[in-house]
Design a protein around this ligand. Structure first.
Ligand code: GDG
Length: 740
């Protein structure tokens, strides 16, 4: 049993991400190492440094000759616990600049028109994911936690799972997961989802991204979730929300350090304005830089009283400089800055101080702590750590205000910011004016309550929370595994079977012996089912009963000659194995209610394309397996609510089965019908019941404790003692018992 607090605290965490937390570059023929810039690297480095874990990723360079390579690897390993994956120029072109940054990045940020779909880039993306997998296999030890990060490595979890089925794998996505309407554009959408589902725990920054992912899994792969859990080949995969935090102490401590204080003094001397407005971004089209500049221009136009009293310090870190769209964006920004400065500057005052480079940490923090207003206005952003870093750097008498875009993941947590629509230039211009003139008291209150929150859920809490949940998921998997009928129990069952003189089989049909089909009439028994049932029933020691929700006519047509007893309509009718007559289990049943209920079901069928009504002698069933899954689920809930109102005080009940809503007389159920056989003979010494949906729980509930009860498929809650994952396995079990 794994729990992070105990055993897991001792486990090594092996991080895999596209870039290592340090970048290697060549200067004057020598290799130099410096920290990597970017949200993931900055955030996770603090955690990595304090642990004995490893990090696998691209170092930013191919070291070339063997001597350099060996030295580099030695240094990376010894000083940074890092293990490089080397990428060739073609790999970089197709995997990194290509599929990662020209397909996934724009698509996941809702810039679908920027996305390109190139199958050779996809092939390289797969190849590089496999290279990461191979590198990990060289360095991991049994029991390690492997934590895969971000959109460059979406296929890696499943690749690892195939190689090491028992590996503990977490996956975290740092960018948004888009809605189904956008994700479905991707030609390789199934592969991407399958790749991610190789992990035990999949994390996102916000609940919306989690929701979108689960919706795509349902609509593309047809997998239903229960409380964020999915079943993938006998494993439980957990999907949850973890808003990434920052190392708050690092920023607040730095903000009061002598080095930063000195930097601030230099800055004040240089700028000497009354107020500083700040933005810090990688130069990327998702960050909304031109929109922000236009808003700033509008603000200057509308509020001349602020001229000469403010400076907008705009720090843009160069990024993906080889990609054409980024080059065009850079030109657009350069032009806009030139235009605005040219329009408003006066001797001794430049409205925008534009820095196109990366600053050392101390200078960055001095800017954060000096700024009176931060503009964090991306068009889309997975989280945006700059907003949090700015807040954490506000130490003495918090004086900063924050304008934050509603489409940044951070907005879900930082509601006290001045929240804007980044496409609304007018709204942003007004937000700048408001942010500059907000009262000290109000500003302090807002900053303190946001800072309080980011301190409580900092990067360490975030990693701890993710890793804890990963361990809990593994615990749950182990717990579930105990219930899957293993070879040991199967042998015990066989031995019970062989010893027994009177055996009773209570078997559901659809979803248990036969896979569920879109339409009920498509699930006709094949010759294998027929032969299994008739052979089992042919043994004089066996009584085999099919307990089904189907109508008696269909059961007679399909399996009337197999020598089995039958229960139709979830317990309304029964037929003995040796008889031909169907009998009502309750003589007082009436069907007159159907004409009142039918119109309601008809209305739901019209409103839910793909759904239809099935009429049985004493029941009505609304089927929605063929409907669009989310609409079907929603409508089924609405229908059940409407039926509860309509049927209150009657002796009818509403059953929710597997993609069906059924209305039938109360007091009639599979368990009651099973009692007919159970009570007929007290001498049963072997009972096997199998079923897949919750109407079968009634059967399980009336059986003696020692019976073999098996739920087919995934169930978070069941009264059955064991689980089997598919009808194919259920058939195999029956065949082995009789050695067919
Ligand atoms: C991705 C997602 C998500 C920036 N300039 C300098 C510098 N930085 C550092 C900041 C910050 C990081 O870069 C930027 O982080 P963001 O979160 O804003 O954005 P992305 O790099 O796009 O990161 C994002 C993040 O992953 C984490 O999950 O929040 O949504 O897109 O840490 O401090 N650092 C230094 N000098 C600079 O000039 N030293």
């Amino acid at each position: 049993m794994i729990t992070r607090d105990s055993e897991l605290a001792n486990k090594r965490v092996v991080i895999a991400s596209n870039r290592l937390p340090v970048s290697v570059s060549r200067k004057n023929g020598r290799l130099g190492i410096s920290p990597s810039v970017g949200g993931l690297a900055t955030g996770l480095s603090s955690f990595h440094r304090g642990s004995d874990g490893l990090w696998v990723g691209w170092p930013g360079i191919n070291p070339g000759d063997t001597q350099n390579k060996l030295e580099l690897e030695e240094t990376l390993k010894k000083d940074y616990n890092c293990f490089p994956v080397y990428l060739t120029a073609t790999d970089l072109k197709k995997y990194y600049h290509g599929f990662s940054n020209r397909t996934l990045w724009p698509l996941f940020h809702y810039f679908s028109t920027y996305a390109t779909y190139d199958s050779s880039e996809w092939a390289t993306y797969k190849k590089v994911n496999q290279m990461f997998c191979n590198r990990l296999l060289e360095v991991i030890r049994p029991g390690d936690i492997i934590w895969v990060h971000d959109y460059h490595l979406l296929l890696l979890p499943d690749m690892l799972r195939r190689e090491v089925p028992d590996a503990i794998i977490g996956f975290f996505l740092h960018i948004p997961f888009p809605s189904m309407e956008i994700f479905r554009y991707l030609p390789w959408r199934e592969d991407i989802l399958q790749g991610m589902l190789g992990a035990d725990l999949i994390g996102f920054h916000t609940y919306d991204y989690t929701r979108h992912f689960l919706s795509c899994v349902l609509r593309i792969l047809g997998k239903e979730q229960v409380y964020g859990q999915l079943i993938v080949e006998n494993r439980t995969v957990n999907v949850d929300t973890f808003p990434m935090g920052i190392d708050t102490d690092k920023f607040s401590t730095a903000a009061s350090s002598p080095a930063v204080i000195k930097e601030r003094e230099l800055l004040d001397e240089r700028l000497k304005p009354e107020k500083i407005i700040l933005s810090v971004d990688r130069l990327d089209f998702t960050k909304g830089i031109p929109e922000r500049l236009r808003a700033f221009e509008l603000f200057l136009e509308r509020y001349p009283e602020w001229h000469r009293k403010i400076t907008y310090v705009m720090l843009c870190v160069p990024s993906r400089t080889k990609v054409r769209e980024y080059q065009l964006l850079k030109s657009e920004i350069d032009e806009l800055v030139g235009k605005i400065n040219g329009r408003f500057d006066t001797p001794g005052w430049l409205p925008i101080l534009y820095m196109y480079r990366s600053l050392p940490f101390e200078e960055l923090v001095s800017l954060y702590s000096a700024a009176d207003l931060a503009l964090v206005t991306p068009l889309r952003d997975g989280m945006n750590l700059v907003a949090k870093e700015y807040l954490a750097s506000q130490i003495d008498n918090p004086k900063g205000a924050l304008v934050l875009s509603e489409t940044a993941g951070a907005a879900a947590e930082l509601g006290e910011a001045i929240v804007v629509n980044p496409n609304d230039i007018n709204m942003m211009a007004e937000a700048i004016a408001r942010g500059l003139s907000i009262s000290e008291k109000d500003k302090k209150k807002r900053i303190e309550s946001m800072t309080d929150r980011i301190k409580k859920y900092d990067i360490f809490q975030w990693t701890e929370d993710f890793l804890n949940q990963l361990c809990q998921t593994r615990d749950r998997q182990e717990h579930n595994r105990q219930f899957f009928l293993a070879e040991k129990e199967r042998k015990e069952m066989q031995s019970d079977y062989n010893k027994a003189g009177k055996r009773l089989f209570l078997l559901d049909y659809d979803g248990t012996l036969m896979s569920l089909a879109g339409k009920p009439e498509l699930a006709q028994p094949d010759s294998e089912i027929y032969s299994i049932l008739s052979s089992l029933a042919g043994n004089p020691a066996n009584t085999v009963v099919l307990i089904s929700g189907r109508d008696s006519g269909t059961l007679t047509d399909w399996l009337g000659g197999a020598g089995v007893g039958m229960v139709a309509e979830h317990g309304t009718w029964i037929r003995e194995a040796d008889g031909h007559e169907w009998q009502l289990t309750n003589k007082g049943l009436s069907a007159g209610w159907k004409e009142n209920v039918y119109p309601l079901l008809e209305m739901f069928s019209v409103r839910t394309p793909g759904s239809f009504i099935e009429e049985k002698s004493y029941a009505l069933v609304w089927h929605y397996r063929k409907a669009e899954p989310e609409l079907g689920n929603l409508r089924s809930k609405e229908l059940v609510d409407a039926l509860y109102d309509m049927l209150a005080g009657t002796d009818l009940q509403v059953l929710q089965g597997s993609k069906v809503v059924e209305i039938k007389p109360a007091g009639v159920n599979k368990g009651r019908a099973a009692l007919h056989w159970l009570e007929k003979d007290a001498a049963w010494d072997f009972i096997l019941a199998m079923g897949d949906d919750w109407t079968d729980e009634d059967t399980f509930s009336v059986l003696p404790d020692w019976s073999w009860t098996i739920k087919v498929g995934f169930a978070p809650f069941t009264g059955a003692r064991f689980l089997l994952d598919s009808p194919a396995k259920a058939r195999k079990l029956l065949k082995t018992l009789e050695e067919l």
